[in-house]
Design a protein around this ligand. Structure first.
Ligand SMILES: [Zn+2]
Length: 167
């Protein structure tokens, strides 16, 4: 049964707003998602909905935006000078197009993905909100397996073996 410190493997379909919404991603036909339950690896609301399920259980639930990736924050949309994108004095026109997502860094050196939303002559607008910010999510799926995490897995904070780390 799914509870704290269990290793859970599951397949899911993630769709926008409802079970019938546009598909965002799914694990069917690929590797199931495998994680240690209750150590903060997943969205809390996602874990809460899975509590008590067992191998073979099916699930179907929504996660509102504010409990998923948060709401869109207008202060996360910023103007940046084109100057900083120059490589050897040149702008890469291929790279600098509306809709492209570029890996950037904040002042502390943390990696943040920014999507170009507008191109100007001297500046561009970049949106650093999570791509799923403001989006209500819906999960449907089934539990593939549930087992106790080993002490080593708990110490490392990740799953070993199938669907996890090999080391
Ligand atoms: Zn490990």
């Amino acid at each position: 049964m799914i509870k704290e410190n269990m290793v859970v493997s599951l397949n899911y379909r993630l769709t926008r707003d409802t079970a019938q919404g546009e598909l965002i991603e799914e694990t069917y036909g690929q590797q199931p998602l495998t994680f240690i339950y209750g150590i903060g690896m997943m969205i809390p609301k996602f874990e809460a909905e899975l509590t008590g399920l067992q191998q073979g259980s099916k699930f179907s639930f929504g996660v509102p935006a504010d409990e998923a990736y948060g709401v869109n924050d207008p202060s996360m949309i910023v103007d940046l000078p084109l100057e900083i994108f120059k490589r050897e004095g040149e702008l890469d026109k291929e790279m600098l197009q509306v809709g492209n997502v570029l890996p950037m860094q904040d002042n502390q050196g943390n990696r943040m993905d920014g999507m170009i939303t507008e191109m100007g002559d001297e500046n561009l607008k970049m949106d650093f909100n999570h791509p799923l910010a403001g989006q209500d999510l819906y999960f449907t799926g089934d539990i593939v397996s549930v087992r106790q995490a080993t002490q080593e897995e708990l110490d490392h904070g990740h799953v070993h073996g199938e669907g996890g780390h090999h080391h």
